[in-house]
Design a protein around this ligand. Structure first.
Ligand SMILES: Nc1nc2c(ncn2[C@@H]2O[C@H](COP(=O)(O)OP(=O)(O)OP(=O)(O)O)[C@@H](O)[C@H]2O)c(=O)[nH]1
Ligand SMILES: [Mg+2]
Ligand SMILES: [Zn+2]
Ligand SMILES: [Zn+2]
Ligand SMILES: [Zn+2]
Length: 238
C-alpha cells in the first residue's frame, strides 16, 4: 500500500488507523518539502513539478523549453519506475540530471528529491525541473518543495481528462496541451477541454505545444522565466 497517496488502500482497510498513518506520513513529507523549498529559495532556484500521464510528453516538454533557456541554468530530477532512458535524453542536451527509480512507487516524494539534491550541483542554476512518475492521479497531492505545478496533457489522451482527473488539474499553475499536431487525427475537442479546465481551475495558464514545432515551446519557457522573476522579486520587462 502506498501510505503517501493511499492509492492502493482497499476500502475495508481505510479505517481510522490507516487514515491516521496516512496523515502522519503526509506530515513528514510536507516537512521535508518545506525544507527543500526553503533551500531552493535561498539559492533562487525555481522548482517545477512536471506531471502527466505516461507518454504525455513530459520529457519532450523539458527538451522543448530548454531550447529557449540556458541549459547551464537547468538541473533535472527524473522519476521513473525503472531505467535511465529520460536521464540519457537530458544528457544528450547537456543538462545535469539525477535519475530516481521508484521501482513500484507511483509518484516521487520529498525525501527522494532530498536525496537527489545531495547529488546535484545547483551552483549557477535557476531552474530545477522534476519530472514526476507518469501518472495522472498519485503525484497530484504530494509536495516536493516546488513553486510551480505543470501538467502535461496530450491531445491523444482525449479531451475528457480534466473532467475525469480533476485533482491534478485543480492544483496546476501551468497546463500544457501537448501533441497539438495530432489534435485533428484524434478528434481532440479543444472547446470542451478548455471550458472544463476553466470550471476546475480558472487561474491555470494554458499553452499548446507540438514537438514538430520548436517555436511552440517558446511561450512556456518565457512564462516560467517570468514567474521565476516574480517569485524572487526580480525586476524584469513585460
Ligand atoms: N507527434 C507528437 N509526438 C510527441 C509530441 N510530444 C511527444 N511526442 C511523442 O510521444 C512519446 C512520449 O513522449 P515523452 O516526452 O517521452 O513522454 P513522457 O511523458 O516523458 O513519457 P514517460 O516519461 O514515459 O511518462 C514519444 O514518442 C514522443 O516522441 C508531440 O508534440 N507530437
Ligand atoms: Mg519522460
Ligand atoms: Zn502513493
Ligand atoms: Zn499511487
Ligand atoms: Zn512580471
Amino acid at each position: 500500500m502506498c501510505e503517501e497517496c493511499g492509492c492502493t488502500l482497499p476500502e475495508e482497510t481505510s479505517n481510522t488507523y490507516s487514515v491516521e498513518i496516512n496523515k502522519q506520513v503526509s506530515a513528514v513529507n510536507d516537512a521535508i518539502a518545506q525544507q527543500i523549498s526553503q533551500y531552493l529559495s535561498e539559492k533562487e532556484v525555481f522548482c517545477i513539478n512536471v506531471m502527466g500521464s505516461p507518454g504525455s510528453g513530459k520529457t519532450t516538454f523539458i527538451e522543448g523549453i530548454a531550447k529557449f533557456l540556458d541549459t547551464r541554468e537547468i538541473a533535472v530530477i527524473q522519476g521513473d519506475l525503472e531505467s535511465d532512458v529520460d536521464k540519457q535524453r537530458m544528457h544528450k542536451i547537456n543538462i545535469e540530471t539525477f535519475q530516481i527509480n521508484t521501482h513500484s512507487g507511483c509518484h516521487l516524494n520529498a525525501s527522494m528529491v532530498n536525496r537527489a539534491l545531495m547529488d546535484l550541483n545547483l551552483s549557477g542554476r535557476k531552474y530545477l525541473f522534476i519530472e514526476n512518475v507518469g501518472n495522472l492521479v498519485c503525484p497530484a497531492g504530494i509536495r516536493l518543495g516546488q513553486r510551480m505545478n505543470a501538467v502535461i496533457s496530450s491531445t491523444t489522451e482525449g479531451s475528457d481528462k480534466p473532467k475525469k482527473y480533476p485533482v491534478i488539474f485543480m492544483n496546476a499553475h501551468l497546463v500544457v496541451i501537448s501533441k497539438s499536431d495530432l489534435a485533428e487525427a484524434v478528434e481532440f475537442d479543444e472547446q470542451t477541454y478548455l471550458s472544463d479546465i476553466k470550471n476546475i481551475n480558472s487561474k491555470a495558464k494554458i499553452i499548446k505545444t507540438s514537438a514538430k514545432e520548436v517555436e511552440s515551446f517558446k511561450e512556456a519557457a518565457h512564462y516560467i522565466q517570468h514567474v521565476r522573476a516574480h517569485a524572487f522579486g526580480h525586476s524584469h520587462d513585460h
